[in-house]
Design a binder for this molecule. Structure first.
Ligand SMILES: Nc1ncnc2c1ncn2[C@@H]1O[C@H](COP(=O)(O)OP(=O)(O)OP(=O)(O)O)[C@@H](O)[C@H]1O
Length: 324
């Protein structure tokens, strides 16, 4: 990890972690830190070992070697460190016939947290008006928010999340990411496993890249951005048509659309480079502009490297791809 954590104290220090999952798969030499208020993403393709690292840090598995220290205390002294940790598993069932209020009250008792936090926690997740609703009837996004507020009920220093927005619609994803970002601002260190760029953009200050149970040495968020390149739009005319008018028209786009960084002529049209980040509306907006100006398009498409693409490139560059 090359990204700066300033002078905030570490809430998690993982050093030389090794764990054998099966004869076919082991984690080897995993080392990283999470500082107070810092977000650290663990990324990697399917089966790279992300959940295994999460479960080791959450105390559900015991490492074969290496150390995990939480707020400066060795995690083998679990009784001393468990109250520093809040953990939200990937898929967690909620009970039948229990209201939101009753569930949060129960979790506060379970975690020996201040019972007076009920109102504050419900407000944090915007769940006040749902307090009388049965937890099983909440939307997926609200259920996930409920898990997060109960995981932080005892004011842990480290929040651990496995794929925080998986399965949620875009609106619920944004709400959830805002909730976790607010917790970071309050000084909670956040460790999360992720497959999605938008989660990194919203929460990550640094990154751990895994491939086949090993860690890409020194991989940083800057490497991710560099490897991803910028998103682009490909605008095409019919192959039998002259692409000149489309190319001529597309040259005006940089001045007319805020996300357009550069335009390059291509064989059957134009390649429109956008600024870094995600631009979910840019394609529709630019097609609308073309239509309004009488420009005939045969096809228009949006291209952005996925995290899986990026991880493969980093694994190849760092030599991890060919290691046994
Ligand atoms: N109980 C188990 N028995 C045998 N192999 C397992 C077991 N649990 C996990 N594995 C294997 O360990 C490896 C790492 O799994 P892990 O769930 O940590 O990966 P991951 O990066 O979180 O994957 P995903 O992105 O698909 O969730 C995988 O190859 C998986 O098949």
């Amino acid at each position: 990890m090359a990204d700066s954590t300033g002078d905030r104290p570490p809430v998690l220090q993982v050093s030389g972690l090794e764990y054998r999952v099966s004869p076919e798969f082991s984690l080897r030499g995993i080392s990283f830190e999470v500082a107070a208020g810092e977000g650290v993403a663990i990324i990697g393709s399917n089966g790279a070992g992300k959940t295994t690292v999460i479960r080791l840090v959450a105390g559900l598995l015991k490492p074969r070697s290496g150390t995990v220290a939480v707020c400066g205390t060795d995690a083998r002294r679990w009784g001393r460190v468990s109250h520093h940790i809040g953990y939200v598993q990937q898929a967690k069932e909620l009970p039948d016939g229990v209201t939101v209020e009753a569930y949060v009250r129960y979790q506060l008792r379970l975690r020996r947290a201040d019972p007076g936090r009920l109102t504050e926690l419900l407000a944090l997740a915007d769940l006040e008006s749902s307090s009388g609703q049965y937890v099983r009837t909440l939307s997926g996004g609200s259920q996930r928010k409920l898990h997060i507020i109960t995981a932080v009920a005892h004011r842990p220093d480290l929040l651990i999340l496995d794929e925080p927005t998986a399965g949620l619609d875009p609106g619920a994803q944004q709400t959830l990411l805002r909730l976790v970002a607010d917790l970071k601002k309050d000084g909670v260190g956040v460790l999360f496993a992720s497959h999605h760029r938008h989660e990194l953009d919203a929460l990550a200050d640094s990154v751990v890249v895994l491939h086949g149970g090993r860690q890409a040495p020194g991989a940083s968020l800057a490497d991710i951005a560099r490897t991803a390149g910028n998103p682009r739009l490909v605008l095409e005319t019919h192959p039998d048509d002259d692409p000149g008018p489309l190319q001529e028209w597309s040259r005006t786009l940089a001045a007319r659309h805020g996300a357009v960084r550069a335009v390059h002529p291509a064989r059957s049209g134009a390649d429109v480079e956008l600024d870094a980040g995600e631009h979910p509306r840019a394609l529709g907006e630019i097609v609308t502009l073309a239509h309004a100006d009488g420009i005939a398009l045969r096809a228009a498409s949006y291209h952005q490297a996925t995290l899986a693409d990026i991880v493969h490139v980093i694994a190849r560059h760092t030599g991890l791809e060919n290691r046994p």
